[in-house]
Write a protein that binds this ligand. Structure first.
Ligand SMILES: *[C@@H]1O[C@H](CO)[C@@H](O)[C@H](O)[C@H]1NC(C)=O
Ligand SMILES: *[C@@H]1O[C@H](CO)[C@@H](O)[C@H](O)[C@H]1NC(C)=O
Ligand SMILES: *[C@@H]1O[C@H](CO)[C@@H](O)[C@H](O)[C@H]1NC(C)=O
Ligand SMILES: *[C@@H]1O[C@H](CO)[C@@H](O)[C@H](O)[C@H]1NC(C)=O
Ligand SMILES: *[C@@H]1O[C@H](CO)[C@@H](O)[C@H](O)[C@H]1NC(C)=O
Ligand SMILES: *[C@@H]1O[C@H](CO)[C@@H](O)[C@H](O)[C@H]1NC(C)=O
Ligand SMILES: *[C@@H]1O[C@H](CO)[C@@H](O)[C@H](O)[C@H]1NC(C)=O
Ligand SMILES: CC(=O)N[C@H]1CO[C@H](CO)[C@@H](O)[C@@H]1O
Length: 780
């Protein structure tokens, strides 16, 4: 009796709320409904896409009663099951109770995170490659033959199909099965696709029209880095002139537009994964990520979910690590089934130097960096003024704000017709906005004094601008102090090539460790991501075209967004060279052959000058040639990732619904624990908590993929002070029968007072190949 009374009471309350709710609707206060993603795991093997959509609609209508809201925004039905729909909080909660549902979460908005880069990588490869390859394989012709039947898919802002990077001249029709298509829109139709660009789809990102055409530039740039055809005489208005070509110039490209003016919605990202898996892409390149604060778990992150199902179908997924460096723990897209890419500089710099003129200046030149379109001559007619000396009388203006040229802190009269010197740091307004404001006040040039060393050369099209680091600014300030009428000029940009040292880790590149799993080392690999020249929309837009000039068709961009498609191109080449390899074998080849030295034959450093570690670059800088012949690989399949999920903390029933590869009898081992994550057969090793557990044993299995079946590899170990690292056995003898061999590594603490992270390397060699893995030991 009590029971039913309680029930009645509750339902009365519900009715009351409902009444209030209807009242509020009547008052025009529509209840807030967000787009939610309902993730339902693997599609049952026998179910057709139509029945899946039917199931999604049934689930939606069982909870959402008002007919106008019973709409699926997306139904995921090829690669996995789920949908996106507009729901209230209560409806989302109700749907999450359904036993077939794994997770329900508000549709997140993710953000978007280029000719000498390939030549530079090839130069580096011959300098210090992991293996000794024959000279004829290092010539530039190599990549023009590789990749013809490999398809690289990109989730991005779309594509500008008329760019010469996407010409299919000389290409043959694709031989394999392809289910993709070219979406039709006002500004796009099937004749925009060709034998190079074989697919273009759009997922209603916020901008109009819903078309695969790229009105941003990012997608055109990344696509041409990954698989663009070679275009000679490419340059950005004469800067960085040379041949622009993609990493895998023979590969085919398929673009999936998921980002618009306001970012990239998770629901669109999942829809693109769903289609790309069904279309038949081989490699996916995703230069998009969430935010480091409030990072979702793997089952609520659209990129982790989509890539899991892609990798289950043996699609290689490559993602950018993010641009939130140099703070530690900032790496994104860190699921172990993803290849996570950090950014490095290349051996090219863009110098726009400052020439000090007039008495007391000794005509000194100060090195600056930027891409300018300077029209200031060398004649000494340009007065120089430091923001602080041009302070306005307004009482909100301080020395501090004026030295940073903050809005309204400068006196217009004091800067008109002058080159203005401003300090600038990350908290200030964006430098291009600041320059625009100063130009409007009458400044004829700007010198930005950056608090942080900055390897990125920004482009300024309005007035001449250059940037110098604070450490190099003393000379400038001394000169300004020394004379009543300081004068100077900003010289036109020159490209400096063969710059040393390079590569360096770019300051913006996101760093390890992964905040989700310290027992997987992330990022995995580093690739060029600073001042990369690549294709750009041939479209009139004010921001990147200097006044009076035509669109260039090429642009220089920086970010891990640019690094990611470099690795996608390398992965496509490896895949076409070795079509039977798993996604993890391809990753292993990329990682174990990476380069650890710069062009000064020294250890890699960051662009701030400090020694770089695997938390910065993973296994090192990619070596595109050595990666084709790694000798041995660390292989892993979907089952290994399921075991990872067990150890990470998901239970058997959740994992069974996430994955079709969970066989009928799949059970998470009883001893599943976070510590066992380290034993995933990954090409790197990460151990946490060693100072507590004192000793830790992990195992790895190597597969011989070299030309010789009978071959012996011997190990060498580089270990840090304070830790003992032992590998057993020290010799692996591969034969025709034993292609796979395992070894164990024992890590033991010798000095327990050590804190922080320690790094080392385990390298297997047969005299020809070097198969190298980084490891990290963290005290916590
Ligand atoms: C490179 O040269 C070797 C030996 O001359 C030959 O066996 C091999 O096929 C060549 N490789 C390529 C890619 O031409
Ligand atoms: C496709 O677009 C091109 C150029 O935008 C146009 O010339 C052509 O007529 C269009 N074809 C169709 C079938 O709409
Ligand atoms: C200075 O500040 C006072 C109040 O803090 C304000 O009333 C006044 O208008 C300001 N003067 C100027 C010139 O901005
Ligand atoms: C320039 O002068 C200012 C104030 O007069 C002083 O604070 C600053 O340290 C001087 N800078 C240099 C580099 O001499
Ligand atoms: C771009 O602008 C130029 C003049 O500034 C004009 O001649 C040309 O037609 C424009 N092109 C497009 C595609 O709008
Ligand atoms: C598995 O985990 C999910 C999500 O945490 C939970 O809802 C479910 O009850 C668990 N199942 C079992 C059998 O423990
Ligand atoms: C965990 O359990 C499995 C069997 O379920 C066993 O094969 C494995 O050796 C165990 N691992 C450890 C580290 O105890
Ligand atoms: C990149 C670029 O256009 N640089 C220009 C800078 O200004 C000088 C002088 O006007 C030009 O000659 C350069 O081409």
């Amino acid at each position: 009796m009590f029971g039913s009374m309680k029930f009645l009471l509750i339902s009365n309350i519900v009715t009351l709320f409902l009444a209030l709710f209807l009242l509020s609707l009547a008052n025009g206060m529509e209840e807030k409904k967000d787009v939610y993603i309902v993730y339902m795991g693997a599609a049952a093997p026998a179910s057709s896409p139509e029945t899946l959509t039917q199931t999604h609609l049934q689930l939606l209508t069982s909870v959402v009663k008002r007919q106008e809201h019973q709409k699926l925004i997306h139904s995921y039905k090829h690669g996995f099951s789920g949908f996106a729909a507009r729901l209230s909080k209560e409806e989302a909660l109700a749907i999450s109770q359904n036993q077939d549902v794994i997770s329900v979460f508000v549709d997140p908005v993710y953000q978007l995170h280029t000719t000498r880069s390939w030549d530079f990588l090839q130069l580096q490869s011959s300098l210090k490659s992991g293996s000794t390859l024959r000279a004829n394989e290092t010539d530039n012709g190599l990549f023009s033959k590789v990749g013809e039947d490999t398809i690289i898919g990109l989730l991005d802002t779309g594509i500008w199909p008329e760019s010469p990077s996407f010409s299919d001249k000389g290409m043959r029709p694709l031989k394999k099965r392809w289910n993709g298509k070219c979406d039709k829109a006002n500004d796009f139709n099937s004749s925009n696709c060709n034998m190079k660009l074989i697919g273009a789809r759009s997922y209603k990102p916020d901008d109009n029209p819903n078309s695969p055409r790229d009105y941003d530039g990012h997608g055109t740039h990344t696509s041409s880095i990954a698989g663009g055809a070679a275009v000679s005489d490419a340059s950005y208005y004469g800067v960085a002139a040379g041949t622009a070509k993609g990493g895998s110039p023979a590969s085919r490209i398929a673009v999936y537009k998921v980002c618009g003016n306001f970012g990239c919605t998770g629901s669109s990202i999942l829809a693109a994964f769903d289609d790309a898996i069904a279309d038949g892409v081989d490699v996916l390149s995703i230069s998009i990520g969430g935010y480091i604060f409030d990072k979702p778990d793997f089952n609520k992150d659209p990129i982790a979910i989509g890539s899991f199902h892609a990798v289950e179908k043996n699609v290689i997924v490559v993602c950018s690590a993010g641009n939130d460096g140099p703070s530690t723990g900032s790496v994104l897209n860190e699921a172990p089934w993803i290849i996570t890419v950090a950014a490095t500089t290349i051996d090219r710099k863009f110098d726009s130097d400052i020439l000090l003129l007039g008495t007391g200046s000794n005509n000194k030149a100060i090195k600056g960096q930027a891409i300018n379109f300077s029209n200031l001559g060398k004649s000494p007619t340009h007065p120089l003024v430091y923001g602080r000396s041009a302070k306005s009388n307004s009482n909100s203006s301080t020395d501090q704000s004026a030295s940073h040229c903050d809005m309204q802190s400068l006196d217009e009269k004091k800067i008109k017709g002058k080159i203005v010197v401003c300090k600038h740091n990350d908290e200030d307004i964006r430098s291009d906005v600041l320059v625009e404001l100063l130009k409007d006040l009458g400044a004829i040039g700007v010198i930005l004094v950056n608090y942080q060393q900055n390897s990125v050369a920004s482009t300024y099209v309005d007035i001449p601008v250059t940037e110098i680091p604070l450490q190099a600014a003393d000379e400038l300030f001394t000169y300004i102090n020394s004379t009543k009428k300081p004068i100077a000029t900003i010289l036109p940009t020159i490209s400096v090539t063969e710059y040393k040292p390079a590569p360096q880790i770019a300051y913006f590149s996101s760093r390890g460790p992964s905040s989700l799993t310290k027992n997987i080392l992330k990022p995995d690999i580093a690739a060029p991501g600073v001042n990369i020249l690549a294709g750009w929309p041939l479209r009139n837009s004010s921001s990147d075209i200097p006044p009076g000039k035509k669109p260039s068709g090429f642009n220089l961009q920086s970010g891990t967004s640019m690094s990611c498609p470099h690795i996608a191109g390398v992965a496509a080449n490896i895949k076409s060279w070795n079509p039977k390899w798993s996604a993890s074998a391809v990753r292993s080849a990329i990682m174990t052959t990476a380069i650890l030295m710069n062009n000064n034959k020294r250890q890699l450093t960051t662009d701030l000058g400090s020694t770089a570690t695997p938390y910065d670059f993973g296994a090192g800088e990619v070596n595109p040639i050595a990666a084709l012949q790694p000798g041995l690989v660390y292989d892993a399949g979907p089952e290994d990732y399921l075991l990872f999920l067990c150890n990470y903390g998901y239970n058997t029933s959740t994992i069974k619904s996430i994955s079709n590869s969970a066989l009928v009898g799949f059970e998470c081992p009883k001893n599943s624990s976070k510590d066992l994550i380290s034993s995933l057969n990954y090409p790197s090793i990460a151990i946490s908590n060693l100072h507590r557990i004192k000793k830790k044993i992990v195992s790895r299995t190597l597969t011989n993929v070299g030309a010789e079946e009978e071959i012996t590899y011997v190990v060498s170990v580089q270990s840090p002070v304070g830790v003992d690292v032992k590998v057993v056995p020290e010799k692996l003898q591969f034969t025709k029968k034993s292609k796979k061999l395992s070894y164990q590594v024992t890590f033991s603490v010798k000095d327990s007072s050590l804190t922080n992270e320690l790094f080392g390397w385990i390298t297997w060699s047969d005299g020809k190949h070097l198969v190298r893995s980084p490891y990290v030991i963290s005290s916590k």
